[in-house]
Design a protein around this ligand. Structure first.
Ligand SMILES: NC(=O)c1ccc[n+]([C@@H]2O[C@H](COP(=O)([O-])OP(=O)(O)OC[C@H]3O[C@@H](n4cnc5c(N)ncnc54)[C@H](OP(=O)(O)O)[C@@H]3O)[C@@H](O)[C@H]2O)c1
Length: 233
């Protein structure tokens, strides 16, 4: 039996985790529609014939509405991976830092959920969302209260939407990683080593989740580096 080729929307596709997710889905034979703010098509993905890129800032409701209005693709899966981390303590966080972080990480996720759900409903697609949260959304962190608040808010939103999905068959999943080896984690600890999670660990997990039968729902998934995230909680 031929495996179904999925149409996958990935936000944050130029980032460490988002680009790896794109590679894993492309290598598995799916089509990827990638989004981030950068004007340029990501170099490492431009050669893939099943990859389309659009520059979109998801912190604007109008932009996200326009994105879903402009695509001719019928998505099966939406992975919201775009996010920012300013790594500022309360003392160093000004109101713009706070607003920027909430605008992208929380409001951007809301716009993706809202217009993405409309996209699925218009096509009667029992689609799936995977939202990339963070362990700091559960534990909090004095290193960046705005980031932790944005991811905690995301967690609350996704858990709320899961009940909505009972009526529509749409599945909303929160995937909260610990430390993953990307520019973002290097900004937290420039000495992090190979023993933290690799982007491929997250990418492989998203591919697995996308293949689960529609009767299966994951309340929330936490993936941590062992033992790094236990020692550096
Ligand atoms: N790395 C970690 O240790 C870690 C741990 C837990 C959770 N996470 C989460 O995982 C996700 C990916 O992180 P990463 O490590 O891959 O970070 P990254 O390398 O900094 O990538 C972030 C991505 O988000 C995009 N982006 C940022 N703001 C955007 C906006 N307003 N609209 C559209 N795209 C936007 C960036 O591209 P542009 O700048 O071109 O827009 C980039 O593609 C984030 O949500 C992050 O919070 C990461």
């Amino acid at each position: 039996m031929n495996k179904m080729q999925k149409q996958v929307l990935i936000t944050g596709v130029t980032g460490g985790i988002g680009s790896e997710i794109a590679h894993v889905f492309l290598e598995d034979g799916h089509s990827v529609y990638g989004v981030s703010r950068s004007k340029d098509l990501p170099k490492d993905l431009e050669d893939h014939q099943n990859f389309i890129y659009q520059s979109v800032d998801i912190s604007s409701s109008e932009n996200v509405e326009r994105l879903f209005g402009s695509v001719s693709v019928n998505f099966d899966l939406i992975i919201n991976c775009a996010g920012i981390l300013k790594l500022k303590s309360l003392e160093n966080t000004n109101s713009k830092d706070w607003q920027d972080t909430i605008d992208t990480n929380l409001s951007g996720s809301f716009y993706i959920a809202k217009y993405g759900t409309e996209h699925f409903l218009e096509r009667s697609t029992k689609g799936m969302f995977i939202f990339i949260g963070s362990r700091w959304g559960v534990s909090g962190s004095p290193k960046d209260p705005a980031y932790a608040a944005s991811k905690a808010g995301l967690r609350g939103m996704v858990k709320s939407l899961q009940s909505d999905g009972l009526n529509t068959g749409i599945r909303y999943i929160l995937l909260s990683p610990g430390s993953v080896l990307t520019e973002m984690s290097l900004s937290v600890d420039k000495d992090v080593q190979e023993d933290i999670l690799h982007p491929k660990d997250i990418a492989d997990l998203t591919l697995h989740l996308s293949g689960t039968p529609s009767r299966v729902i994951f309340d929330e998934i936490s993936i941590k580096a062992f033992p790094y995230d236990f020692i550096n909680a």
